[in-house]
Write a new protein. Structure first.
Length: 280
């Protein structure tokens, strides 16, 4: 119970409540589909659950499978929202510790095994003291990869989805006009750029990431069914809005500038006070 309360304190009750409602929505959508969806084994059952949820949500809109995918995507994004909040919390704590980490790195500049081990031990102790988990940023990615694979297999194994239409799209085929790949790349760039700008400590790699990911997404979306590209577009729009809400770089920059200004003002006042004492 104490561990649950600790997680709720970090994540907050609102994202957890949204995740529970999203899970209920996915289950209800699956049960609302009266047709049969085959699935053998544990993985096959997971794929079948996702497929049923998409088809059930599609029935809510007159068998519009594109809208079904959009609704399913939004539900999935709300379902993993607590993980995203936890990821942002861990990243914020990591950024706040960059100064102390640099001090530790300066303390152990050697490249030998003993120095590296001492450096690692002090970093781990620092992370433990501040309740930081460096690999927490991988959690949303690890959760989303099986979802993407299950969605891809669900589209391939479901004749209804594979032959479905939405706007100009044949959901089982790639987008002939490249509109979805372009949109997926643009919103991937937007969310990555916002996340990068929120980080006060930027390296060459972090500066390049907002430009590398969109290219990868674009060329991947060219060759996958448009149903999967539609999932990416909606998911990345959600991600952009979520990143702006959780990591608003403009607000964070103003707060950092205000903190630096306050520190300069304090230093200036202290300097004046010292000069006043010396004159006496």
């Amino acid at each position: 119970m104490q561990k649950v309360n600790k997680w709720l304190k970090i994540i907050g009750p609102l994202p957890v409540g949204m995740a529970i409602l999203a899970l209920v929505g996915i289950v209800v959508a699956g049960f609302s589909y009266s047709g049969s969806v085959a699935g053998t084994g544990l993985w096959g059952s997971i794929v079948a659950v996702f497929t049923r949820s998409i088809l059930g949500a599609s029935n809510w809109f007159g068998s519009s499978y594109g809208l079904g995918i959009i609704i399913f995507t939004i539900l999935i994004r709300f379902l993993i929202l607590p993980l995203m909040v936890y990821q942002v919390d861990s990243m914020t704590k990591m950024q706040a510790l960059q100064g102390e980490i640099k001090v530790i790195q300066a303390k152990y500049p050697g490249k030998d095994a003993e120095s590296r081990q001492l450096l690692m031990n002090e970093q781990q102790a620092l992370y433990k003291e501040h309740n930081v988990r460096p690999f927490a940023s991988m959690l949303p990615l690890l959760v989303q990869m099986p979802i993407l694979i299950a969605l891809y297999q669900g589209i391939l194994n479901s004749p209804v989805l594979r032959s479905g239409h939405f706007l100009w799209l044949e959901l089982g085929q790639s987008d002939p006009y490249f509109i979805l790949p372009i949109l997926a790349a643009l919103f991937t760039f937007a969310s990555s750029w916002l996340s990068t700008q929120a980080n006060p400590e930027q390296t060459t790699i972090t500066k390049l990431m907002p430009y590398i990911f969109p290219v990868v997404i674009f060329f991947t979306a060219l060759s996958v069914p448009s149903a999967l590209s539609l999932y990416w577009v909606v998911g990345n729009i959600f991600q952009t809005i979520q990143t702006f809400y959780l990591q608003n770089p403009f607000k964070l920059r103003q707060e950092r500038d205000a903190a630096r200004k306050l520190e300069r003002d304090i230093q200036r006042k202290m300097h004046k006070a010292r000069r006043g004492r010396k004159r006496r």
